[in-house]
Design a protein around this ligand. Structure first.
Ligand code: C5P
Length: 229
């Protein structure tokens, strides 16, 4: 099987309160984006990587990676879904697209392997890394300033959806297009596939596979990255 990694990296990361998009903050000697791209490229089952960058990106050209032979750069879009869609154009229809957040450098390669190994099963239509919810989950009122609990959700079968998320490139393109047309909420690739009626498998991930979102996530990511060396 040929697996192509697709990395949406065209966001601005506003919750990070930094002077640049979060994927360009450094941990150790490399940017978060470099950690992520190199981790994917080093995986033996991944043949190449397509990264979606903002059309006005000013940072990528300063990285040593920009001429890597395994890397293709495309323009990102207004939303994550559009960024992924633009990258999928570079893939053949029957290739597997392994979509992974730029902001998740701590993913470990054995988890990536367990997801990719599922493509050997005849009935595999797609799957994602995920981790079971640990805290009690509350449904809140819509008043963001003064939220109150409406109800307690059953935690038993709730999972956090992480990345990578692995689907056939042509199926994912169709699913993203129809979900966007229908105005469905598409915050990850799986939600578009679910909307199109596909079964999405959950592969239990190491919870260290965090999405760097807030300033406090940086030292945590640094710790996890050091551990995996
Ligand atoms: O904002 P959030 O953390 O959910 O973004 C997840 C990923 O999607 C990030 O890697 C971000 O760079 C990417 N993204 C994108 N194009 C957008 C918005 C987000 O590639 N328009």
């Amino acid at each position: 099987t040929s697996i192509v990694a697709v990395v949406p990296a065209a966001g601005i990361g506003s919750r990070m309160q930094a002077d640049r998009p979060k994927q360009y903050l450094t941990i150790g000697s490399q940017t978060i984006l470099e950690h992520t791209l190199l981790k994917l490229a080093a995986h033996p089952a991944i043949s190449r990587v397509v990264v979606a960058l903002s059309p006005i990106d000013q940072y990528f050209s300063q990285l040593s990676l920009q001429n890597a032979p395994w890397l293709t750069i495309v323009d990102g879009g207004e939303s994550r879904a559009e960024s992924v869609n633009n990258a999928l154009v570079e893939l053949a229809g029957n290739e597997w697209a392994l979509v992974h957040d730029a902001a998740r450098p701590c993913v470990n390669s054995s988890d990536i392997s367990r997801l990719i190994e599922r493509t050997e099963a005849d009935d595999f239509g797609g799957g994602i890394l995920a981790t079971p919810v640990r805290d009690t989950m509350k449904r809140a009122s819509a008043d963001a300033a003064n939220p109150v609990v409406l109800k307690t959700e059953k935690r038993d079968n709730l999972w956090h959806a992480l990345t990578p998320q692995l689907f056939r490139a042509d199926k994912l393109r169709e699913a993203l297009a129809s979900a966007l047309r229908a105005g469905a909420v598409v915050t990850d690739e799986a939600s578009a596939m679910e909307f199109a009626g596909y079964t999405v498998e959950l592969i239990d991930s190491d919870p260290a596979n965090i999405k760097i979102t807030r300033p406090a996530d940086l030292p945590l990511a640094q710790f996890y990255l050091q551990q995996s060396r």
